[in-house]
Design a protein around this ligand. Structure first.
Ligand SMILES: Cc1ncc(C[n+]2csc(CCOP(=O)(O)OP(=O)(O)O)c2C)c(N)n1
Length: 659
């Protein structure tokens, strides 16, 4: 291995050696502890240390790095206290996640490290978001993110690189090409010869380095970082290396040919660099020995500390799913004007006022800039707020939601417009695993509102009509609002945008232009988690939301002469208003829960179960539900009408009234 010291000082060369040695010695100790059954799992980076160490040394301390499971060197270079790091691996209360997540799955702002989630690829887009924030606030910084070679097969890799390229984001994408993804060799993982070949496809420069040569890694990334700070754009760095141990310790390396292991053993990044330093008389044998002893001692002391640290106790588990936020509801100012607005215009009005109120609010979505969005909600926004804050995105739902999390990490607020709620399936992982769980895991909130044009009754077929709120209702860490009137549409959007937690804001497309109402001109918010009584009554309670509120109202009005029905519009689905539902059911003794979503597994099931468990003694009839048929949403109007619950609702109401 040839080491080119360029103009690095002896101190720098020695510092790099020490930085390389620390993760190696920590790992060697971990392997002993694993054999002694004192830790449970270990993902080894032995043989790959020069990449993490060289990259971390090349960046400024306040530039974010997003490492993976084999990048211990990033954490040690950034001086994460070893006792906290060990406590993290042991699931202790004092670890970075208070025992809530394992290994390297955490971030720390102090060290400017954002950890991975198990899914590997999602963090690539988070890096985009951090870099975008730096660009928007004119900070001349770079962000560096890792991917394994296997991880490049994920769609997230493609989306994140594409977004970074289109937006000229200063991100260094480092691909650690170590020959295997778990047991799968490269030939079964991808067909490209070199990852640098992909650079041209993304329109970005790409560089290949010997990932086992610390000086080459350090020098290349230092130069790139200097360059990108001045001229923001993404680059791809392919670091050739090899994984010397199993994917994780238990899985071994039986599938790796011995001669391959031997060849790479000869290229060990530490042994070779050490030899070079000794031969060049930059280090002496005694210094090497002393350094090793010092590090080993440091490890032992910190391990003892970590082992003595307390286990976590289950306190605040539910509370910690969300960033604490005390909503200060802003009532509409009555003396100011009100204007008759359509549902769609109320959304637009709220969004515009929130943009004025929060200069750190960024909008992202397909076709939302000059074109104004497919439903025209952001029409005119570019002229008013500029293209930096009203961003057309490439067609990549997952990367954009990941980017939104990256923006949150840097203190921005984001609204993401799904062109249709149906397409959120492409961003599902980012929402349910990244946005929703981040605060609970390591205290990082996701200040993101995802607008979801939803629902059927518009003859738009199975993929432009779905109700998918239940997918998210089941995910702790999210909040869900679903207005049914123009007044609520504006107020709830403002409320969601104020709250630093992640929201899904459902807006029914059929309501866009079919309902109008008086909407205050000034800014106002609506309490989150509070339902609304649309009609008062004492014979039967109907609990519903969205377009079904209109349908239920028609039924209530048509029966007004003979029956007294209470109609509750939930407005917030997560958390839903148990108090209001409870008070109503106690009064009426009968309840029908209705939603446009298909019946099985819909939100109604949960509400019905809760009523059954908590209000059984007040009930005079079985808790009943109505929803759409358990099919996909059909296209032809006659089929769609049959699918939707409107016709069946009246039968259920009659059934309950007569019970
Ligand atoms: C989405 C997803 N699928 C599968 C896995 C299981 N898994 C964890 S690591 C890994 C291999 C990753 O290979 P690579 O990206 O090359 O990184 P390396 O482990 O070689 O460093 C797999 C399949 C996962 N964590 N996430």
């Amino acid at each position: 291995m040839i080491f080119d010291r360029k103009s690095f000082t002896n101190d720098t060369l020695r510092e790099l050696y020490r930085a390389l040695l620390r993760p190696r010695l920590i790992e060697e100790k971990m392997l002993i502890l694993l054999r002694q059954n004192r830790i449970s799992k270990w993902f080894s980076g032995i043989g790959q240390e020069a990449i993490a160490v060289g990259a971390a040394m090349a960046l400024l301390p306040d530039e974010y790095i997003l490492p993976l499971h084999r990048n211990l060197g990033v954490f040690t270079v950034r001086q994460c206290p070893l006792d906290t790091l060990f406590a993290q691996w042991q699931g202790k209360k004092t670890g970075y996640t208070k025992g809530r997540d394992r290994s390297f799955h955490f971030g720390t702002h102090e060290q400017h490290i954002i950890g991975m989630i198990s899914h590997l690829g999602p963090q690539l887009a988070v890096a985009d978001g951090i870099a975008l924030a730096d660009k928007l606030s004119h900070e001349k910084k770079v962000t560096l993110v890792f991917s394994g070679d296997g991880g490049t097969s994920e769609g997230d890799f493609h989306e994140a690189l594409n977004v970074a390229a289109v937006w000229d984001l200063p991100v260094i994408f480092v691909i650690e090409n170590n020959g295997y993804g778990l047991s799968t060799p490269s030939r079964e993982q991808f067909r490209c010869r070199h990852f640098i070949d992909k650079g041209i496809g993304y329109g970005m420069d790409a560089f290949q380095v010997d990932g086992n040569n610390i000086l080459e890694v350090y020098d290349t990334i230092s130069q790139l970082a200097r360059n990108l700070r001045q001229q923001p754009r993404p680059v791809l760095v392919e670091a050739l290396t090899f994984r010397m141990r199993g994917h994780e310790e238990a899985s071994g390396v039986k599938y790796v040919p011995k001669d391959l292991l031997d060849a790479w053993q000869a290229k060990d990044p530490i042994a070779n660099y050490e030899k070079y330093l000794l031969e060049s008389e930059i280090l002496s044998e005694t210094e090497v020995k002393t350094m090793r002893e010092e590090i080993k001692k440091e490890i032992e002391i910190n391990l003892e500390r970590a082992f003595a640290m307390p286990d976590p106790e289950p306190t605040n588990e539910l509370m910690d799913m969300y960033k604490p936020f005390e909503q200060l509801v802003q009532e509409p100012v009555t003396e100011q004007g009100r204007t008759e607005r359509r549902f769609i215009d109320a959304i637009s009005d709220g969004l515009r006022q929130s943009m004025e109120r929060f200069p750190n609010l960024v909008l992202m979505g397909q076709d939302i800039a000059d074109y104004g969005g497919v439903f025209k909600i952001t029409e005119g926004f570019v002229e008013k707020f500029g293209k930096e804050r009203v961003r057309n995105t490439p067609l990549c739902e997952s990367a954009i939601v990941g980017t939104a999390l990256g923006l949150s990490i840097k203190g921005y607020k984001t609204m993401v417009e799904m062109q249709f709620a149906d397409f959120v399936s492409c961003a599902f992982n980012q929402i349910v695993n990244n946005l929703a769980k981040s605060h609970y895991r390591w205290g990082q909130h996701a200040d993101v509102v995802i607008r979801m044009p939803t629902g059927a009754n518009t003859a738009a077929g199975p993929f432009h009509s779905q109700s998918n709120e239940a997918w998210f209702f089941h995910t702790p860490g999210l909040k869900i609002v679903y207005p049914s009137t123009p007044y609520d549409a504006k107020g709830l959007l403002n409320s969601a945008l104020e709250d630093p937690n992640p929201y899904l804001y459902f807006e029914h497309k059929y309501l866009y232009r079919s309902v109008s109402g008086m909407v205050p001109d000034a800014y106002y918010t609506i309490p989150i988690g509070k339902a609304n009584i649309v009609a008062e009554g004492d014979e039967l309670t109907i609990v519903t939301y969205g377009l079904c509120v209109q349908w239920a109202k028609e039924i209530v009005d048509s029966l007004a002469d003979s029956h007294s029905i209470e109609l509750i519009d939930l407005r917030t689905l997560l958390p839903w208003d148990k108090e209001m539902v409870s008070n109503s059911v106690k009064k009426t003794g009968k309840v029908l829960i209705v939603h446009e979503d298909t019946l099985t597994g819909g939100i109604g099931g949960e509400i019905a179960a809760w009523i059954g468990e908590n209000l059984f003694s007040y009930l005079d009839a079985p808790v009943m539900r109505e929803g759409s048929l358990d099919t996909a949403v059909p296209f032809a109007p006659v089929l769609e009408k049959n699918f939707l619950p409107k016709q069946r609702m009246i039968d259920k109401v009659q059934l309950l009234l007569a019970y």
